[in-house]
Write a protein that binds this ligand. Structure first.
Ligand code: SF4
Length: 675
């Protein structure tokens, strides 16, 4: 039996485990006790992480669509054909008629290779990935406030906090091993404030539970800031020495008294005041947030308001404080870090920065485009307009993950050529012209970067089931297009480090033990558990006044509820992998909608009864879960189920700054179904 140490492929926590391999097959998962993230723990998904890898549904051969049907073909034929079509489209319509979506499930090295392929080979900055639908507001918002768009502190500090403010995040289900750290903090005496329209598990042990309306976060946080400053609980020394823009912020939040926001938030002023006081006056306070904050048309402003609250109280830029954005997918942090974004190269070096561009041009021996490319959101719109002709998507199921499914299908069907690189036949893959079978985490070497900015090793346990890793596929296409690329992950990591100042000290050798937290600017640098110590990355932290704006859709007579969406413990995202694990599917076999018991009674809806949930974009029939745990007037659904796809309902209205869709709040109706 071979035992291979690697990193979990599901959420952004980044737990470490061993894969047990016998006769070329993975037979089990064993947690790694020495892993600094998980310390011998795993959630139920991690324990079963090996099962989808060897599932019979895995794509094993390349497929080309002919006359509406997929035909199995050889790798040679699939790659020749794909390269030929990419070249034809580039020659006919220009480089910006092509776009690439990289994968937050792939390694850093594969993301680096893919963004290089888009820029150096296809000649376009049209490269993006699923952070557009989860944490791009974090990159944008925290970058504006602090100068760096990632978590400020480390998981190891959590158990020693005095106060943890959790808003728009459900750690025990969506990031369970971080949830366990929060529980440890509670056991150690920490007081937790939970702000969420649903009474999540941690709310049961919280000192204060604030059940605000979806889409009212800015009003809530501004009112907390108002109370803190009005009662002289702000950190004047920190504000004076470390920040700018306080007066402008105060001028604006003066209007946001706890009493004045009651109608917007649905929160009693006294509760809000007590929570604000606890957060401000605790010595070691931090904020943890997730997609409940980012997936809004005001996602960037929501994130900025988190930064404002942290700075007003001096709870950032030191140990045992800070802002923890809990990243979604296993390597969404890394995909952003590797420059799989339309405006930056690896390490957030802008494509518009001539010096940075020259450095990449010299290393890659090509001219690179200087204009930022299209975001994923814009790519879909441009496909419908007929401007975007070709899309190459790796490891993403946009038809199921993106808001407004019908619009996404229309966009993908408008393309002249769609290439999908996937491990299973996803709904998006069904629309492809070519499917290139990719490799799972267990079939490759490389690194993932988790939500605490930690690079960790991913190690190959078995040979790629379809014969090639994702990096190899991209490089073989590149070579066919006349540009030689090297897929060896170790060499790619070295190349990335040589071109990226904040990761200059990263190498496979240095990651062997327990990884490294970036910035790692030199080969002898130990990594950085806490950032902005003594000084923010941008110099002074910037207070940016942000005003409450309601969601793009608010309830009305026809659609009187607010629908919000999220994840559960037993599944991950669209469930492409977790729905292929018997134990996980047994626990959680189908979609449902949560409705408050009083609302259910008014509508005559009973527990487990079939109901019809409807929005302006579509409708679904699912079971009702009648519960006290959700706020009156709010509905909530997970989005893991392909045959009952919640995103037919969600709204693709987007944040104007970073183009994230508004998954967390749209107007909906619910009624008993006859089905
Ligand atoms: Fe994997 Fe996340 Fe569970 Fe850890 S918490 S085992 S990273 S899914």
């Amino acid at each position: 039996m071979k035992r291979v140490l690697t990193t979990c492929p599901y959420c952004g926590v980044g737990c470490g485990f061993y894969l047990d391999v016998r006769d070329g097959r993975i037979v089990g998962v064993i947690p790694s006790k020495s892993n600094s993230v998980s310390k011998g723990n795993l959630c139920v998904k991690g324990w079963h992480a090996h099962e989808p890898v060897q599932h019979p549904d895995r794509l094993k051969k390349p497929l080309i669509k002919e006359n509406g049907k997929f035909l199995e073909v050889s790798w040679e034929r699939a790659l020749d054909y794909t390269a030929k079509r990419l070249k034809e489209i580039k020659d006919k319509y220009g480089p910006d008629s092509l776009a690439v979506c990289t994968s937050a499930r792939c390694t850093n090295e594969e993301n680096f290779v893919m963004m290089k392929f888009a820029r150096a080979v296809l000649g376009t900055n049209n490269v993006d990935h699923c952070a557009r639908t989860c944490h791009v507001p974090t990159v944008s918002g925290l970058n504006q406030s602090f100068g760096s768009g990632a978590s400020t502190n480390s998981y190891d500090e959590l158990p020693q906090m005095d106060c943890i403010l959790i808003i728009g995040s459900n750690p025990t289900e969506a990031h369970p091993i971080v949830g366990w750290r929060v529980r440890t903090a509670i056991d150690n005496g920490a007081q937790v404030i939970v702000c969420d329209p649903r009474k999540i598990l941690l709310a049961e042990s919280a000192r204060f539970y604030i059940q605000h309306y979806p889409g009212s976060d800015i009003a809530l946080i501004n009112a907390m800031i108002n109370y803190i400053v009005a009662n002289n609980l702000h950190d004047k020394e920190f504000i004076h020495a470390r920040t700018e823009g306080f007066n402008e912020l105060w001028e604006m939040v003066k209007d946001y008294t706890p009493e004045s926001v009651k109608d917007i938030t649905g929160v009693e002023p006294e509760l809000l005041k007590q929570a604000a006081k606890l957060y401000a006056t605790s010595k070691k306070s931090c904020i943890m947030y997730s997609l409940g904050i980012t997936e809004h048309t005001v996602g960037t402003d929501n994130v900025i308001s988190m930064a404002n609250l942290a700075m007003i109280t001096g709870h950032v830029g030191k140990e045992f404080s800070g802002v923890y954005p809990m990243r979604g997918q296993n390597n969404v942090q890394g995909s952003c870090d590797m420059g799989a974004l339309p405006n930056v190269y690896s390490g957030y070096q802008p494509v518009t920065d001539e010096q940075a561009r020259k450095r990449f041009e010299t290393a890659w021996a090509v001219r690179l485009p200087s204009k930022p490319g299209l975001t994923l959101t814009d790519m879909m719109a441009k496909a419908i307009e007929g401007v975007l002709k070709c899309f190459y998507i790796i490891g993403e199921d946009q038809v199921r993950t993106d808001p407004n499914t019908h619009m996404i299908e229309k966009a993908l069907k408008s393309l002249e050529f769609l290439v999908i690189q996937e491990i299973f036949l996803s709904e998006t893959a069904k629309l492809a012209d070519v499917i290139l079978p990719g490799a799972s985490f267990a079939e490759k070497d490389g690194t993932f970067t988790c939500a605490e900015r930690r690079f960790q090793r991913v190690r190959k346990a078995i040979e790629p089931i379809a014969g090639k890793t994702d990096g190899e596929i991209i490089c073989e296409l590149s070579n066919r297009l006349g540009y030689q690329m090297e897929p060896d992950p170790k060499k790619v990591c070295d190349e990335m480090a040589s071109l990226t100042p904040i990761y200059a000290g990263v190498s496979f050798e240095r990651l062997e033990e327990n990884g490294l937290q970036w910035p790692v600017p030199a080969k002898n640098h130990p990594g950085t558990p806490v950032v902005h110590l003594g000084k923010f990355k941008r110099g002074l932290g910037k207070f940016i006044p942000v005003r409450h704006r309601p969601p793009a859709e608010v309830p009305d007579r026809e659609y009187p509820f607010i629908l919000s969406t999220g994840r559960t413990l037993f599944h991950y995202n669209t469930g492409t992998m977790t729905r292929r694990v018997t134990n996980l599917l047994r626990e959680f076999p189908r979609n449902f909608v949560q409705i408050n018991s009083a609302d259910a009674e008014n509508l005559g809806i009973k527990r487990r009864q079939k109901v019809r949930v409807k929005t302006r974009r579509g409708e679904l029939t699912v079971e009702a879960e009648v519960t006290e745990k959700i706020k009156k007037g709010v509905l909530w659904m997970p989005f893991h189920f392909s045959d009952e796809p919640t995103n037919v309902l969600t709204n693709s209205a987007f944040d104007p700054v970073c183009k994230i869709g508004e998954y967390k709040a749209c107007a909906a109706s619910i009624s008993k179904s006859n089905l």
